[in-house]
Design a protein around this ligand. Structure first.
Ligand code: 6PG
Length: 246
């Protein structure tokens, strides 16, 4: 563990969500103050949903400079936006429809084209937005990630070629639960972020979390998250942290 890493253990899922919302608001204010905008990438899955639902309620709602906030997605399942497993659809229902964020500042991954075309288009959107210049990688202010019981994060699953992609910002993959085509940010993009917050909740994550912390040789996809300059926070609940010896 490096000195840019923090571990926060909350008593339960609700407190985890509250802390996540606080970290969201804190980074949003800091980024807006320093750079005039806040660029965040959010993940799918069930864990962040409680936090998302808090973002559109006080005390968090009015602490977040929504007019300066830009939302990207870490990954997306290639299903229509109204489908029950759409990451965009879940975020829209959970908080986006309840906050005053300009529509053009919400950047869902495109699901109306093939996953390959969608990945390319989203990469183009990131480059247009960040204007990173030749050979440079966009720097997101804050990235929320989850952890799967198989050690995946984002839609970067064990044994897939996407894990090794050093060139692209976004790739299309197939797998996970649900087992559908997906688009995902790649390690080079994620590792360039200013801050990553992993949110991990529940007893079923305890075993894999122990492996992540204690067995670097396990080579789980999540272990490829190594920020170049940023700050990494593990935001856990007590159940998930059950087997950790810190
Ligand atoms: C997605 C994800 C994925 C998720 C983990 C944890 O499937 O869209 O972004 O990486 O974060 O699978 O999911 P849970 O929170 O549902 O356990």
């Amino acid at each position: 563990m490096t000195n840019n890493t923090a571990i926060i253990i909350e008593p339960d899922a609700m407190n985890l969500a509250r802390k996540g919302a606080e970290l969201f608001a804190q980074n949003a204010r800091g980024s807006a103050h320093l750079r005039g905008r806040f660029v965040v990438a959010i993940s799918g899955g069930s864990t962040p949903r409680l936090m998302h639902r808090l973002l559109c309620r006080e005390p968090h709602l009015s602490k977040i400079p929504w007019s300066k906030t830009h939302i990207f997605w870490v990954d997306e399942r290639c299903v229509p936006q109204d489908h029950e497993v759409s990451n965009y659809g879940a975020a829209r229902d959970d908080f986006l429809s309840g906050v005053s964020i300009p529509e053009e500042q919400v950047h869902p991954m495109p699901v109306h084209v093939s996953p390959e075309k969608g990945a390319l288009a989203y990469q183009g959107e990131l480059v247009r937005f960040f204007q990173p210049g030749n050979m440079k990688i966009p720097v997101l202010d804050l990235i929320f990630l989850g952890l799967g019981t198989d050690g995946h994060t984002a839609s970067l699953f064990p044994g897939q070629s996407a894990l090794a992609d050093e060139e692209k910002l976004i790739v299309s993959v197939r797998g996970g639960k649900p087992d559908v085509s997906r688009m995902t940010m790649t390690f080079p993009l994620l590792n360039s972020g200013r801050e990553i917050v992993f949110m991990v909740s529940g007893k079923n994550k305890a075993r894999v979390l122990k492996t992540v912390f204690d067995e670097p040789e396990a080579r789980l996809p999540v272990q490829k998250i190594q920020l170049l300059n940023g700050k990494l926070t593990w935001l856990l609940d007590r159940d998930a942290a059950l087997l950790l010896t810190l």
